[in-house]
Design a protein. Structure first.
Length: 191
């Protein structure tokens, strides 16, 4: 089932997600709906807050079609083909990052049409659980790490625009304010 993607200006996007404590069919269905929504929106990651749920869960898929895999990754100490671990459902992540940092142009499904350069750490180690509650450990760099950091930020109520420099943010302000007004109008009508 396709879920509605929350837009910038909706309070849920600033809420820290609660830990997931029940690993049941409801969680599996929610994760499946998140994946359907992410694919429908042509994204590579989606956090629970982006579908109006303040929980510690996000989904991602690093299978990038014809684009080459130009990142390192290990999943539970091995490097299986991506199609064996993707799509990935990440529950209750615990993340460690390491320098160096690098810029990259990011977008966000909650900010349609808005992209900007964000500087992030380039290496991530993440402990997490799957929808069954099983523990896993991922090490990665490059775009894989960036997607994890972007989606994990959502779980903490942090948005990619919060990481942008004033120079990057300035030319985007008009579009961001327009989106926030449209969201406010939508909330008045439907919220």
């Amino acid at each position: 089932m396709i879920l509605r993607v929350t837009q910038f200006g909706e309070p849920i996007l600033r809420e820290k997600g609660a830990p997931v404590t029940e690993f049941n069919d409801e969680l599996k269905e929610f994760a499946s709906n998140m994946l359907d929504t992410m694919y429908d929106e042509e994204g590579i990651g989606l956090a629970a807050q982006q579908v109006n749920v303040a929980k510690q869960i996000f989904v991602m898929d690093m299978q990038l079609g014809d684009r080459p895999v130009d990142f390192f990754y290990e999943f539970d100490g091995k490097t299986p083909p991506l199609d064996l671990i993707m799509p990935l459902v990440v529950v209750n992540p615990e993340i460690t990052t390491k320098e160096p940092k690098a810029p990259y142009e990011e977008g966000c499904l909650s900010f349609p049409g808005i992209r900007g350069e964000v500087v992030r750490d380039t290496y991530v180690e993440m402990k997490f659980q799957d929808v069954e509650g099983n523990p896993h450990f991922v090490k990665c760099d490059g775009l894989f790490a960036r997607v994890i950091l972007h989606e994990n930020d959502h779980l903490q109520g942090v948005l990619f625009v919060d990481h942008m420099t004033p120079q990057t943010l300035r030319p985007l302000q008009t579009r961001i304010k327009k989106l926030k007004r449209a969201t406010r109008d939508w909330l008045k009508k439907y919220g």
